[in-house]
Write a protein that binds this ligand. Structure first.
Ligand SMILES: Nc1ncnc2c1ncn2[C@@H]1O[C@H](COP(=O)(O)OP(=O)(O)OP(=O)(O)O)[C@@H](O)[C@H]1O
Length: 464
């Protein structure tokens, strides 16, 4: 018995399932009478290859088209009654989504051969053959199959990620604060979520707070809440973010940006497990685990006097380092495949994966913007690509053409400036604050430079 399951989906009357089973002894068949059953079956047991078994009068091509778009990573073999192949809608659907087709009555030997061939192809391109919850076994040319792991699953099998997963498992069980360090876009928030989801608090809330993005004047009342009448405009009492994380975890991102006076309040909370709302006379007990993250080494901030040493030691009980992407290049192919699948709905319809050259460039790139930069490049390429495979140029990673046009130095400078701005905005996910910081200019200057080069400023929606 071949253990890799084949999904058999009856399109119309379910009687076709028995006919297929009779023709395919020796294969593990997973039967689904209709799309809802097929979706359920694939969630439990992914399959690399599927049979679309059409009855004599198939209907519902739009729903089937949507289903096949969702499950584009599978290789589909259609089995038709010949007249259906004269219906333009079905012809188009088979042409768009199917790897091969057969007609009723089944030629068992031929179908057996086709399925074997399809499974071989699926194995080559790394489509899922079982629910091990891992992504990233694909070959360079193809995208990986779907990730069946929970929300905060870290894609990757490099030694660095395997080590990190082990550390997450250990710190999750403890109750002490966690301090996560890593470059911008490397996955600190994802790691924080993973700690929460593996902890006994998983059923409680996970409340993220970006200390760097919140105006200093608001942080106190946002974190600790306030009583009615505490200040002008406080018409009603308001629970703070710490209280709203009760029973769960509070994720303090960019903790290094927390103003000094609030560092003292946070320290008190960590020591006493109580908070006092702004304007309140009594403090209340709150059961929250703090997970903090920073892209700057806090120890240096302590030495500069910008971060309280006592708070640093309180937070730095369980430390996790998220390695930059350039130090785990083995993960790049798996991550690219994962995002290709995750954002599958945005892709051009005929797109099937990455060219070998594109994969090579992905592996060689230095990733200053880390995983976030990879996501941005893959998403952009998925929209812009015109062929069946994403090219290095679609990813914005083709080698720059040698400048032999004898352009004056001023033009060359201007072109270089524009390229640097474009690249930085791309890495920063069009976040002006992050891009300006990376380029070493103020936000105002960056806006001026955008105008100078005729680059459209990012929409407000993409700003924090
Ligand atoms: N190993 C991974 N597997 C899958 N997705 C990942 C992985 N690492 C990061 N990501 C994704 O990359 C994006 C950036 O990650 P995240 O926001 O966790 O980074 P960060 O270090 O917190 O960034 P910042 O410092 O800018 O706050 C997110 O969409 C996240 O889901």
């Amino acid at each position: 018995m071949n253990p890799t399951p084949i999904l058999c989906l009856a399109v119309g009357d379910r009687g076709v399932l028995d006919a297929a089973a009779a023709a395919l002894p020796g294969w593990t068949l997973c039967r689904a009478a209709g799309l809802a059953e097929a979706r359920r079956a694939l969630r439990v047991q992914p399959a690399p290859v599927g049979l679309l078994l059409f009855d004599a009068d198939p209907r519902g091509e739009e729903a089937l088209d949507a289903f096949l778009r969702e499950h584009w990573y599978m290789l589909w073999i259609a089995v038709f009654h010949p007249p259906a192949l004269h219906v333009p809608a079905w012809r188009a659907l088979v042409h768009e989504h199917c790897w091969d087709f057969h007609t009723w009555p089944l030629d068992a030997a031929r179908l057996h051969h086709t399925i074997g061939h399809a499974q071989g192809m699926a194995a080559l391109r790394g489509a899922p053959s079982g629910g091990d919850g891992q992504c990233g076994s694909g070959t360079p040319e193809a995208a990986d199959g779907p990730c069946c792991a929970p929300d905060a699953a870290l894609t990757g099998r490099s030694a660095a990620i395997v080590r990190l997963r082990g550390q997450i498992g250990k710190v999750a069980g403890a109750s002490a604060p966690v301090l996560i360090w890593g470059e911008s876009g490397s996955g600190k928030e994802l790691v924080a979520k993973a700690v929460h989801l593996h902890s006994p608090r998983a059923a409680g809330p996970f409340v993220p707070v970006n200390c760097g993005a919140m105006p200093a004047s608001l942080i106190q009342s946002e974190l600790f809440g306030y009583e009615r009448g505490a200040f002008t405009g406080a018409a009603r009492e308001k629970q703070g973010l710490i209280e709203s994380a009760a029973g769960g975890s509070l994720f303090l991102d960019e903790i290094g940006d927390l103003p000094m006076e609030l560092q003292a309040n946070l320290l008190r909370f960590l020591q006493e497990k109580t908070i006092c709302r702004v304007g309140a006379t009594r403090s209340v007990e709150v059961d929250v685990r703090v997970i903090a993250a920073s892209h700057v080494q806090l120890q240096q901030a302590v030495q500069r006097g910008a971060f309280r040493e006592d708070l640093y030691y309180r937070l730095n009980v369980l430390a996790l380092d998220v390695p930059p992407l350039r130090d785990r290049r083995d993960d790049v192919a798996a991550l690219a495949g994962h995002f290709f699948q995750l954002y599958g709905a945005e892709r051009a319809p005929r797109l099937r994966g990455f060219s070998s050259r594109a994969m090579q460039m992905l592996r060689e790139h230095d990733w200053p913007g880390n995983v976030r930069e990879l996501i941005n490049r893959v998403r952009r390429a998925m929209v812009m690509a015109e062929g069946r495979l994403i090219s290095a140029a679609d990813l914005g990673l083709a080698e720059p053409a040698v400048q032999s046009d004898g352009a004056p130095l001023g033009d060359a400078r201007s072109r270089a400036e524009r390229d640097a701005i474009d690249a930085s905005l791309l890495r920063a996910g069009r976040n002006m604050t992050v891009a300006a910081r990376e380029l070493g200019v103020s936000r105002m200057t960056l806006y001026r430079l955008l105008a100078k080069h005729g680059i459209a400023p990012p929409s407000r929606a993409s700003q924090p």
